[in-house]
Design a binder for this molecule. Structure first.
Ligand code: SF4
Length: 252
């Protein structure tokens, strides 16, 4: 190939807790790598991530179509990559069934990471469903805290976000520093469109959530997800009727 070889980073420096030590040098390295990876395929980006950060490279998935594409790619590139799901206790049964499908198809076991309290305990302690009274806190307790816990001992994580999903996501770098979790965040599909994702799924017969065939474009917890109508934004069915548009995993 005539492509220049991808950037190799300096050996990472660690903090006392075994996390990557953030510095302006690290940021400059990540910026340069990100820029170089702009023209790379998602597979090349994943390979770069594995080369630099495995075994401290992990992926979080909500079993969305983009995540399924990345899982399919990782099954070829580095099937040993630890992949986990934030199991809030409010997921659709169709979503959780995909975990079994992934095991059958790829031999990959997606780990379910659960909050300390069960849904019943959580609701009892708060006098009812927190997703109704304070969804930001609900997401914080059921997702963010669990991801913070899962990030311990890791250097980097892959997300499946695309820039064209929403204005909030339009500036996501391919490789960046995620200060909320103290990890390098890699978004191999940042430059992909919804069409490319679904073409890939069809071409490779990648399993996907059957709810997508019933008008659910973006699927999260059942209390905060509805099907969207024709012409609506693809994330319009999330936290519908509230000002909230993100659970906080992808905002700083
Ligand atoms: Fe709670 Fe809804 Fe957030 Fe799920 S998406 S954690 S139910 S507020």
């Amino acid at each position: 190939s005539t492509k220049p070889s991808l950037r190799v980073l300096n050996p990472p420096a660690e903090t006392a807790e075994g996390k990557l030590a953030y510095s302006s040098e690290l940021q400059a390295e990540l910026d340069a790598a990100s820029q170089q990876l702009e023209s790379s395929s998602p597979e090349e980006i994943l390979r770069w991530a594995v080369e630099h950060y495995a075994p401290k490279f992990t992926m979080a998935t909500a079993f969305g179509p983009e995540g399924m594409v990345l899982i399919h790619m990782l099954a070829e590139i580095a099937p040993e990559t630890p992949i986990f799901n934030l199991d809030t206790g409010y997921q659709f049964k169709e979503t959780l069934e995909l975990r079994e499908e992934i095991k059958r198809r790829y031999g990959i076991e997606v780990e379910l990471k659960k909050p300390e309290l069960t849904v019943e305990q959580f609701e009892q302690a708060n006098g009812g469903p927190v997703y109704r009274t304070d969804p930001d806190r609900c997401c914080f307790e059921r997702k963010i805290k669990v991801l913070q816990q899962s990030a311990l001992g890791m250097y980097a994580w892959s997300s499946a976000i695309r820039r064209d999903q929403s204005p909030d996501r339009a500036k996501a770098p391919i490789v960046g520093w995620d200060k909320k979790f103290g990890l390098v965040k890699i978004s191999p599909l940042a430059n992909w469109t919804k069409k490319l994702v679904w073409n890939f799924i069809t071409q490779h017969n990648v399993p996907y959530n059957p709810l997508h065939d019933s008008g659910y474009t973006s699927i999260g917890c059942w209390p905060c997800t509805r099907a969207v109508g024709i012409g609506e934004d693809e994330r319009a069915g999330r936290w519908s009727g509230l000002a909230k548009t993100e659970c906080g995993l992808h905002t700083q």
